[in-house]
Write a protein that binds this ligand. Structure first.
Ligand SMILES: CC(=O)SCCNC(=O)CCNC(=O)[C@H](O)C(C)(C)COP(=O)(O)OP(=O)(O)OC[C@H]1O[C@@H](n2cnc3c(N)ncnc32)[C@H](O)[C@@H]1OP(=O)(O)O
Ligand SMILES: O=CC(=O)O
Ligand SMILES: [Mg+2]
Length: 324
């Protein structure tokens, strides 16, 4: 329980903040919808967000089949009993020319996914195309003011540079037309490397600038920032290291491709126990010092002032949201 005097700091603090239900997306797991055996495992999957995949995890020759399986899964799976917090659906991009066929097929399902996930959003104009395709095949009523959230992928040099306009246009579409509300943005590191001609490595220095720019932009709009895929499935130490790095830089979660990656990532996207204790004690110490008129004071050998309070509040809020 936070001291009352601290509550007013929360209304101004940096980080991801939204009065609506917070959906933790520490681990966002792709499940190719062409693979029925994998789809059958969805109810038990402990990833925070499970993504029925229609895009790059599905061969061109299997797209039609995957669409039918994804639509059937949406109707069959009882969302409230799933082990995950969110069942998403990643469709194909505008530039692929496959999006409309995806929407024609999945709009036959009675249910919407809990999140629509749209890769390779390259410019604000893509949003107009996306919105028009959804309106045409779902009809206005089904896509207006629903609980379904929107997650988009930034995966090219052009998109990264234009990200503030892309994000603003997406948020405006919700404000003005009631279209799905943008809740998180994902950095598509593999497509990004292909786009800029970088050679992918396990240490990821080739995407260092892009990831830092990306996370800064997400946080400027108070959106969740989801980090790169780690494709070396067997290298859990490398995954742990890159997850810890992402967490330290301000990412809120990471994409995963294999069930073995889920718990490693989830663990890294929660602060360690001693850091949670530090945050809780700091908040109380801050409240006591504030009552004495002190904005700066010593705590465990460190100078503490308001920015440190805000970092502690980030930690407390995240823990509460993951546990509730
Ligand atoms: C850059 C990007 O765009 S990333 C997003 C696109 N890519 C994807 O969607 C790929 C998602 N991942 C996968 O398809 C798979 O993990 C692969 C193909 C990489 C490896 O799959 P496999 O060779 O079957 O791996 P492995 O043998 O270790 O699997 C162990 C078990 O986990 C299951 N499994 C593996 N990956 C997944 C998954 N993503 N979802 C559900 N189940 C999975 C397998 O079906 C297998 O089940 P079984 O024990 O009942 O046979
Ligand atoms: O879509 C994900 C990527 O890394 O590309
Ligand atoms: Mg991609």
């Amino acid at each position: 329980m936070l001291p009352k005097t601290i509550i007013r700091h929360i209304s101004q603090f940096a980080g991801v903040r939204d009065a609506a239900k917070y959906v933790p997306r520490r681990a966002l797991l792709y499940v190719p919808a062409s693979n029925q055996k994998m789809l059958d495992k969805v109810p038990m999957m402990q990833a925070d967000s499970v993504v029925l995949e229609l895009e790059d995890g599905v061969a061109l020759t299997a797209k039609a089949d995957a669409r039918v399986r994804a639509a059937a899964a949406l109707d069959k799976l009882p969302y409230h009993t799933l082990a995950c917090q969110e069942l998403g659906l990643r469709v194909n991009s505008v530039s692929s020319g496959l999006l409309e066929d995806d929407i024609i097929a999945v709009s036959k399902a009675e249910k919407l996914p809990q999140a629509f996930m749209i890769p390779k959003v390259d410019c604000p104009e893509d949003l107009v195309t996306i919105y028009n395709i959804f309106r045409e095949h779902y009809g206005d009523e089904r896509i207006t003011n629903t609980n379904t959230r929107l997650v988009i992928w930034i995966e090219s040099a052009r998109a990264l540079l234009d990200m503030p306009r892309i994000v603003s246009s997406t948020l405006n579409l919700h404000k003005q037309a009631g279209f799905f509300k943008l809740d998180a943005v994902v950095f598509g590191s593999d497509d990004f490397c292909a786009d800029i001609g970088a050679t992918r490595s396990s240490h990821g220095t080739e995407t260092l600038f892009a990831r830092q720019k990306f996370v800064t932009c997400c946080k400027a709009f108070q959106l969740q920032a989801i980090d790169s895929v780690y494709i070396d499935i067997k290298d859990l130490d490398g995954l742990r290291r890159q997850s810890a790095e992402g967490w330290q830089w301000g990412f809120t979660g990471k994409q995963v491709i294999h069930p073995s990656q889920v718990s490693v990532v989830q663990e890294q996207f929660l602060p360690p126990k001693d850091r949670i204790e530090w945050a809780q004690e700091l908040v109380h110490a801050y409240s006591e010092h504030e009552a004495l008129g002190k904005g700066a004071f010593q705590f465990r050998g460190q100078m503490i002032d308001r920015p440190l309070l805000l970092q502690a509040l980030n930690i407390i809020q995240l823990v509460e949201r993951v546990q509730n």
